[in-house]
Design a protein around this ligand. Structure first.
Ligand code: HGY
Ligand code: MN
Ligand code: MN
Length: 416
C-alpha cells in the first residue's frame, strides 16, 4: 500500500501569490481591472507562463489564447487531469473571481514539486480566455470554442464596444496560439471558484460541492425613438428611447420576481445616445441577462420579456430590435468527480454543502467534453463582481487543499 505523504498546500504562499498578482490591474479600491486581452491580461499571462515553466511545466497556448501548463505524470500516455479557471476580470472585479482557481492550481503544482510527488496521470493547469464576457460577449467564449459551442471564427469576430475584435486583441497581446482549440483531451476537470453568492457564508459551510450550473441567456436590445429638443418638444410629441428602456428595465425585474426564488433578470449594460442633457434620447442599447435552473422556465421568461418589448415600447412610438446572442443551457456535473470533491473535502476536514452555481463558469462548457465538476468556497456577504470581493486566507487555503485532495483522489481512482 503506497503511503500517501501528508500533502498540504502552503496557505501563506497561496495568499502571497494572490496578493502579488492582484497588483496586475489593481484598482485604488482594492479590486482588479484586468479585462480580457488587454495589456494587464498580457502581463498576468506572461507572469503565469513564467511561474509554470519555473516548475518544469510545458505551457501551450491554443488558437483562442487559452493557456495549458502540463506537469508530467508517471504514465505519459494517460489522459491528463485538468484544473484551473480564468485570470480575466470584470471592469470593477475582485481579487478572487477566477484568479483563485488558477492560483490554487499553481499552488497544487508547487506543493507536488516541493514534495517530489508524482501523480500517475499528467496534470494540466488551465487559464481560459475571456471567461467574463465583459469586454467580448458572450461569457466563457474560449471554453465554449474548446467544447464546440462556438466556432473559432465566431470568437474572433466578437467585437468590444469600441469595435475592436477578439482576434485583433488576441494578436495585439501576442497570445494567438497555434493549437486547435478543443484538440486536447482530459480525463476530467475540476474548477475551484468563489461562490459569488451568500449561501456558504450564511450556512457556515466551508466548501460547496457544486452539482451543476443554472441556465443562462443573454440578449441585446436597441430601442429607437427620435432625438429632439428637451425644451421645445411637448410631451405628447416625444419618442423618448430612454423612457422606453427604463420601462423595460422595470419589466425585466418584474419578470424575474414573478419566477422567484430561482429566477434572476438583469439589465447590466446601457448606452444612451446622444447622452446630452438637453436632447431627448433617440437611441438606447441595452443588454439583458436571464437565468434559471430550468430551461422550461427560461423559455417562459423569454416569452414574457419579448411580450414586454411590444407592450412597453410601441405605445411610446418607439421601434426596437432584439437578438438573443447567447444561451448556455443548465448543466449537471459528473458524479464521479463530485464524489472526489466530497472525498477531498472530508480528507481535508471541511464542512460541505451541495449547490448549483448561479454564476456561469468555464466548467459549464467543459462538462460537454470531459467529466467535470466545481468546488466553491465562500465570499464575504456573497458579494462578487465588486472591488470589495473578499475571501479569507483560511477559505482560500481550504479551497486549494480540497482541490489538491480531489485531484489526487481522482488520480488514484483512474490508476486503480
Ligand atoms: O456571467 C457570469 O456568470 C460569469 O461571471 N461570467
Ligand atoms: Mn469567474
Ligand atoms: Mn466573474
Amino acid at each position: 500500500m503506497t503511503m500517501i505523504p501528508n500533502l498540504k498546500i502552503d496557505p501563506q504562499r497561496l495568499w502571497d501569490t494572490l496578493m502579488e498578482t492582484a497588483k496586475i490591474g489593481g484598482t485604488p479600491k482594492g479590486g482588479i481591472r484586468r479585462l480580457t486581452l488587454t495589456d494587464e491580461d498580457k502581463r498576468v499571462r506572461d507572469w503565469f507562463r513564467a511561474q509554470c515553466e519555473a516548475l518544469g511545466c510545458v505551457v501551450t497556448v491554443d488558437e483562442v489564447g487559452t493557456m495549458f501548463a502540463r506537469r508530467a505524470g508517471k504514465d505519459p500516455k494517460a489522459a491528463p487531469i485538468a484544473f484551473g479557471s480564468h485570470l480575466d476580470t470584470q471592469p470593477t472585479g475582485g481579487k478572487f473571481d477566477g484568479t483563485l482557481g488558477v492560483l490554487a492550481g499553481l499552488e497544487l503544482l508547487r506543493t507536488l514539486n516541493d514534495l517530489d510527488y508524482r501523480t500517475n496521470a499528467p496534470l494540466e493547469l488551465v487559464n481560459w480566455t475571456n471567461e467574463e464576457g465583459s469586454r467580448f460577449a458572450p461569457a466563457m467564449l474560449a471554453s465554449g470554442v474548446f467544447a464546440g459551442a462556438f466556432t473559432r471564427e465566431h470568437a474572433y469576430s466578437r467585437k468590444d464596444r469600441d469595435g475592436v475584435s477578439f482576434g485583433e486583441a488576441l494578436d495585439a497581446i501576442g497570445y494567438r496560439g497555434t493549437e486547435p482549440a478543443g484538440k486536447r483531451r482530459f480525463a476530467g476537470l475540476f474548477e475551484l471558484h468563489i461562490e459569488q453568492g451568500p449561501i456558504l457564508e450564511k450556512e457556515a459551510k466551508m466548501v460547496g460541492v457544486v452539482t451543476g450550473v443554472q441556465g443562462m441567456r443573454w440578449y441585446e436590445v436597441t430601442v429607437t425613438g427620435q432625438d429632439a429638443h428637451t425644451g421645445a418638444t411637448p410631451m405628447y410629441l416625444r419618442k423618448n428611447a430612454l423612457l422606453g428602456a427604463a420601462r423595460m428595465i422595470d419589466a425585466i425585474d418584474a419578470i424575474a420576481h414573478a419566477h422567484a426564488p430561482d429566477a434572476v433578470g438583469t439589465v447590466g449594460l446601457i448606452e444612451n445616445k446622444p447622452n446630452s442633457r438637453n436632447v431627448i434620447p433617440g437611441e438606447v442599447f441595452f443588454t439583458v441577462d436571464l437565468r434559471h435552473p430550468s430551461e422550461a422556465t427560461l423559455d417562459v421568461m423569454e416569452r414574457e420579456f419579448r411580450a414586454a418589448l411590444e407592450r412597453c415600447l410601441t405605445p411610446l412610438g418607439l421601434t426596437f430590435s432584439e437578438v438573443r446572442i447567447w444561451t448556455s443551457p443548465a448543466v449537471a456535473f459528473a458524479p464521479e468527480l463530485i464524489a472526489c470533491v466530497r472525498e477531498g473535502a472530508a480528507a481535508a476536514g471541511f464542512t460541505t454543502r451541495d449547490m448549483v452555481s448561479g454564476a456561469g463558469h468555464d466548467a459549464a462548457y467543459l462538462a460537454r467534453v470531459t467529466p467535470t465538476t466545481m468546488i466553491f468556497v465562500p465570499c464575504a456577504g456573497g458579494v462578487s463582481h465588486n472591488e470589495a470581493e473578499s475571501t479569507s486566507f483560511d477559505e482560500c487555503a481550504a479551497g486549494a487543499q480540497t482541490l489538491l485532495e480531489a485531484v489526487l483522489a481522482y488520480d488514484r481512482r483512474l490508476s486503480a
